[in-house]
Design a protein around this ligand. Structure first.
Ligand code: AMP
Length: 405
C-alpha cells in the first residue's frame, strides 16, 4: 500500500517522501488505519519492521488536523532507553520536517543544562515528548508539567520496560494523564505481564501481530563451536578475514566488553566500547563515530541489541550466546538493515551449546557450524543435548532491573 493512499496531511506526506518511504510496511498497513480512526492498539512488532513510523505518522497526522489544545503537550512516547528516545526524536524530526510539530527527547543521566532545557520546553509548550520513565517522573515531581491536553500515550518496547523494572514508574506517569486519550502499546514479545498491563491501560484495543521471532533470510548466520580461551584469537581472525564496513560485537557482560576491547586495542584494531557504565555524552560520541564510519568496530552489551539502526552494519559477532532467543534475533537484526545483506557469527562455548540449540529451535533453523581455523587447535564437538546449560545468573544481563532511565 502506498503512503499516498492514507490521506495524510500534505506537509506530512512531504516528510514521508523526503525520508524516501514509498510503500507502507506490513505493520504500518495494519496499524495506521485504526490509529487514524481513534482506536487503541496493542501491537507485537520488533525493531526493523517500521513500527516507529507506524505509530508516529497517524499520530502526527492527528496533531496536524485537530487543533484542540495546540501549544500543550499532546503526545507522550515512553521508551526504555535514552538511545531509543534519541532515535525516535530524530525520526520525528525527519518526518515532521515540513510541519510545525515540535518534539523533545527527555532522558536521564545528562547534565543540569539539559534538565533546564527540558523544563523550558515543558513550560513553553511542545507537541510530542519522547521520554524515559525515570526522567519524566523527575519533571512531573517538580509540578510544572501540564498534561491536560494530552491526546496520545505510546508505550514503545513495553516488554523491555517491564524487564527493566519500570512498571511502577509507568503507573505513576499514567496517573498524571487525562483519562480520555488514545493508547498505543508496542512490544517485541507478548508475555502475560504485557497482557495484564494492556488490560489496565488500553480501551478495547485493536490487536496487531507482526512479531517475527525469526531473523530475515538475508542475514547469513554462522556459529563457531569453540572452547572459551579460543574466543579472542578467533575474533581477531574473523575481523582480519571478513571484509566489513561496520562491525558490532555483542557480549552479555560489561566486564567482557571492557576486556575484549582492551585486547583488540592491543592488537591495533580501531575499536571502541559501549555499555551502561559510560556517561551519556560518551555513549553518544562513540555511537556517532561508529555511525559516521570513523570507528568501524564497536564492542557492546545488549544495551545496543535493540533500537540501534545503522544501515552500514554488515557484520555482527556474538561473543557469547544471549540468554534469551529474542535477544539473539535482535542482536543479529542489527545487520542487514535496509536492503543490505550482512553476516552474523556466534561463538558457542561448551557451556552455551544447549542455549544455542534452543535458539535454533526458536528461529526454526539449524545455523551453519563454521570451520574453526586449524591453528587455533582442537575444538569441542557440537552435542548440545549432552551438555549442561550455563548456570542461571552466570551470564547475567548488564541491565540492573532497578536502573532508572
Ligand atoms: P523501525 O522498525 O521503526 O526501527 O524502522 C526500521 C527502519 O525502517 C528505519 O530506518 C526506518 O526509517 C525505516 N522505515 C520505516 N518505514 C519505512 C518504509 N515504509 N519504507 C522504507 N523504510 C522504512
Amino acid at each position: 500500500m502506498r503512503f499516498t493512499e492514507f490521506n495524510f496531511h500534505p506537509t506530512l506526506l512531504e516528510g514521508i517522501e523526503a525520508s524516501n518511504y514509498e510503500n507502507a510496511t506490513p505493520v504500518q498497513e495494519q496499524v495506521i488505519p485504526p490509529i487514524l480512526a481513534g482506536k487503541d492498539i496493542i501491537a507485537s512488532a520488533q525493531t526493523g519492521t517500521g513500527k516507529t513510523a507506524a505509530f508516529l505518522l497517524p499520530m502526527m497526522n492527528r496533531l496536524l488536523t485537530d487543533h484542540a489544545d495546540e501549544g500543550m503537550i499532546r503526545a507522550m512516547i515512553i521508551v526504555p532507553t535514552r538511545e531509543l528516545a534519541i532515535q525516535i526524536a530524530q525520526h520525528i524530526e525527519g518526518l515532521s520536517y515540513f510541519t510545525n510539530i515540535s518534539s523533545i527527547p527527555v532522558y536521564g543521566g545528562s547534565d543540569a543544562q539539559s534538565f533546564v532545557a527540558e523544563k523550558k520546553a515543558f513550560q513553553s509548550g511542545v507537541d510530542i515528548v519522547v521520554c524515559t520513565p525515570g526522567r519524566m517522573i523527575a519533571h512531573l515531581n517538580m509540578g510544572y508539567v501540564n498534561l491536560k491536553g494530552l491526546k496520545f500515550l505510546v508505550l514503545d518496547e513495553a516488554d523491555r520496560m517491564l524487564d527493566m523494572g519500570f512498571q511502577e514508574d509507568i503507573n505513576k506517569i499514567i496517573q498524571h494523564l487525562p483519562a480520555k486519550r488514545q493508547n498505543l502499546l508496542f512490544s517485541a514479545t507478548m508475555p502475560e505481564k504485557i497482557r495484564q498491563l494492556a488490560r489496565r491501560i488500553l480501551h478495547e484495543p485493536v490487536e496487531v501481530n507482526i512479531a517475527i521471532s525469526r531473523p530475515p533470510d538475508k542475514i547469513r548466520q554462522g556459529a563457531y563451536v569453540v572452547y572459551e580461551p579460543q574466543k579472542n584469537p578467533l575474533i581477531a581472525h574473523l575481523l582480519k578475514t571478513t571484509p566489513y564496513k561496520n562491525a558490532l560485537i555483542f557480549c552479555s557482560r560489561k566486564h567482557t566488553v571492557k576486556q575484549l576491547t582492551r585486547d583488540l586495542k592491543k592488537l591495533k584494531f580501531n575499536v571502541e566500547e559501549i555499555h551502561s557504565d559510560l556517561e551519556q555524552a560518551d555513549r553518544e560520541n562513540v555511537l556517532s563515530a561508529f555511525a559516521g564510519g570513523r570507528i568501524p568496530l564497536l564492542v557492546a552489551t545488549d544495551i545496543l541489541s535493540r533500537g540501534i539502526d545503522i544501515d552500514t552494519i554488515d557484520l555482527v559477532i556474538n561473543y557469547d550466546v544471549p540468554d534469551d532467543g529474542e535477544d539473539y534475533v535482535h542482536r543479529i537484526g542489527r545487520t542487514a538493515r535496509a536492503e543490505a545483506t550482512g553476516s552474523a557469527f556466534t561463538l558457542v562455548s561448551e557451556m552455551d551449546q544447549r542455549k544455542f540449540s534452543a535458539i535454533e529451535r526458536l528461529i526454526q533453523k539449524e545455523v551453519e557450524k563454521m570451520k574453526v581455523p586449524e591453528e587455533l587447535g582442537e575444538v569441542p564437538k557440537y552435542e548440545p543435548m549432552e551438555r549442561k546449560a550455563r548456570k542461571p545468573g552466570g551470564n547475567r544481563r548488564n541491565f540492573t532491573p532497578r536502573r532508572r532511565g
